[in-house]
Design a protein around this ligand. Sequence first.
Ligand SMILES: *Cc1c(COP(=O)(O)O)cnc(C)c1O
Length: 402
Amino acid sequence: MKIDKARRLTKLPPYLFAKLNKMKSRLREERKDLIDLGVGDPDLPTPSPIIKRLSQAAENPRNHRYPSYQGLLSFRRAVSQWYQRRFGVRLDPEKEVLTLIGSKEGIAHISLALINPGDIALVPDPAYPVYGAGVIFAGGKSHLLPLREENHFLPCLEKIDKKVAQRAKILFINYPNNPTGAVTTKDFFQSIVDFAKEFNIVVCHDLAYSEISFDGYSPPSIMEIKRAKEVAIEFHSLSKTFNMTGWRIGFAVGNRAIIETLNEVKTNIDSGVFQAVQEAGIEALRMNEYAVKKTQEIYQRRRNILTEGLARINWQIQLPKATFYLWLKIPSRFSSLEFAELLMERCGVIVTPGIGFGSCGEGYIRIALTVSEESLEEAVKRIRADNLIRREFLNAKIKCKC
Ligand SMILES: *Cc1c(COP(=O)(O)O)cnc(C)c1O
């Protein structure tokens, strides 16, 4: 029997990395020394107090049953205390916090809760692909908001057509930003809240990278803005902060009616997060800042190794203040896919072409700092030693030694 897949699946954007992945598999067989800077998955281990707490909690038969849908109240209390401590924001753990199976799960499902077929969602370009995928599954349409370097990778709210804004139901934003590494200010969040109130739009802010920041910078939460709770929810994750990507735990906070609609969707789809994992999550949220500082220092050193190394072939890179990504401009005669192939073939270095995050990602590649300093040094060495790539960056005129 021929399996006809549902139209919603055919509406997903084309998978651009098929060729890249094929090349990756082939190269994996040919050479053992590929350096993978493509995936945004921390290489650092989960801190041991969290693991210990999981293993204790796993022994407890009380945790072997279905968890509650909203999540353990004790976990939601830990989230609320963490928000108070970290952002000075008060949250009602019973009504304004929801446990998620990782924030990706909540982000994918929020559109099912709020979007009717034909509705518009405002989605940044480039962006984490899940925002747009959720909108498609709900039968909605994404109206893309270009994030451009000259506007510090912030969407230009004034440029959104009034008619589009009036029809929009959701606005997705994400700062610190994946893939661009951009950060923002409370003033920008204020303008987002004002805009959302004017046009009756639900703001979904993805704050996955709030704790991966450098040089003393501390990213704000949109919940710090007065009256943000009237229009916004914020998605959060333990994945990046505590190196827990495999554990599948995150949470959403904010407007109680929005939280309730998301919970309604989830109640009909999943049955929550293993309670032992939620207990481990409590342990994580209660850890002192020391562990997070250590993680920040590691990424900061890696960031510096790469940017300083590549600056020596004139590859100019903006130092990101947050996230473990570098968003690098590439020579204009290559597409991002071509340049990623070049780096893979010639240097054995895997990166993500910007086009994978949307058409405004063209002209860039994304590098994830999720490998050791030694591997980054080796990657820099290989890139600098490659004549073709060197030549692209070093001005030919300067090269002439007269
Ligand atoms: C990693 C990531 C997430 C998802 O993290 P979870 O593991 O699902 O909690 C969400 N948003 C962005 C931008 C990410 O990079």
